[in-house]
Write a protein that binds this ligand. Structure first.
Ligand code: SAM
Length: 299
């Protein structure tokens, strides 16, 4: 009925939880948003319009899903918690443009999902209030694949948002930052106090927007080895780049000589820490290492 308050209003959240006898599963990162202003601001930050298809990760009881459906062409919501599937069927019954799927995003191939459910005529945007216990794996999973989507706009814990958008030299800068900066332009859209969730998490949150570049900005000769180099360079954060490189490529005299040449030709000081290197520095170094025919260990 039209008199019902929207799902993200606190009273409705409480009513839904009671009606279905639901409890919050901490193990699944269930902190539901109960602030319509914040929900609407997320939709605006994601720039969701009738020209867009949206994938939502973790709809919960449907608070964000409802707001997305009001603006988008189609919404596909993927929820891991089986208990919520029939609940979503009822809370979102008024919207013909929503499909709810039961599944784990980390086990789901994004490109297949897009092909199967969308018509290919609309831009695909990913929007979510992420489960915080797996924020990093989810972001890396989304970026790892060559799936055809335009942007990712997601809520995460504020500290992780700062790591994701940090600049070289900043204490928060790391392999996650580089993983994101490699293929997207990212920024913190706005921050959100912990009080707008039930239950309230221990930390404040932020919405991060990551826009995929249409034209690739970085072109390492060997992308797999480039990614291994980045990960390996941050393996021991307190060690110098040089020591991390020895761990990654080996310690033989011959290897040390080649490493020195590669560092020289990319004009990088071996004694610095990886956190000082930009994405472009890593690309240069990776290409110089390729020229020396040095192959990083896979772990
Ligand atoms: N979107 C709702 C909101 O904003 O109120 C709920 C957000 S809650 C922070 C995270 C949601 O993600 C929960 O519903 C949880 O069950 C779901 N979830 C957790 N792990 C998941 C996974 N691996 N794949 C899909 N959904 C997951």
């Amino acid at each position: 009925d039209n008199e019902r308050p929207e799902i993200g209003s606190g009273t409705r959240t409480k009513a839904i939880m009671e009606t279905y006898g639901l409890t919050f599963k901490k193990s699944l990162g269930q902190n539901f948003l109960t602030d319509l202003n914040v929900l609407k601001k997320i939709v605006t930050a994601a720039d969701v319009t009738a020209d867009d298809d949206v994938i939502e990760i973790g709809p919960g009881i449907g608070a964000l899903t409802e707001q997305l459906a009001k603006n988008a062409h189609q919404v596909l919501a993927l929820e891991i918690d089986e208990r919520l599937i029939p609940v979503l069927g009822e809370t979102l019954a008024d919207y013909a443009n929503i499909t709810v799927l039961h599944g784990d995003i980390l086990q789901t191939q994004l490109s297949a999902l897009i092909q199967e459910h969308f018509d290919g005529q609309h831009a695909v945007k990913i929007v979510a209030n992420l489960p915080y216990y797996i924020t990093t794996p989810i972001v890396l999973h989304l970026l790892d694949e060559e799936a055809d989507f335009e942007s990712i706009t997601v809520m995460m814990q504020k500290e992780v948002a700062q790591r994701l958008t940090a600049s070289p030299g900043n204490k928060d800068y790391g392999s996650l930052t580089i993983g994101v900066a490699y293929s997207t332009d990212s920024e913190i859209a706005f921050t959100v106090p912990k009080t707008v969730f039930v239950p309230s998490p221990k930390v404040d949150s932020a919405i991060v927007s990551m826009k995929k570049r249409r034209q690739e900005k970085y072109h390492p000769q060997n992308e797999v080895n480039f990614k291994r180099l980045v990960r390996g360079s941050f393996m021991h954060k307190r060690k110098s780049l040089w020591n991390n490189l020895l761990g990654l490529y080996g310690k033989d005299e011959n290897i040390k000589n080649k490493l020195t040449s590669a560092l020289n030709s990319s004009q990088i000081e071996p004694g610095i820490r990886a956190e000082r290197l930009s994405v472009a520095d890593f690309v240069k170094l990776s290409d110089s290492l390729e020229e020396q025919k040095l192959v990083p260990k896979s772990k």
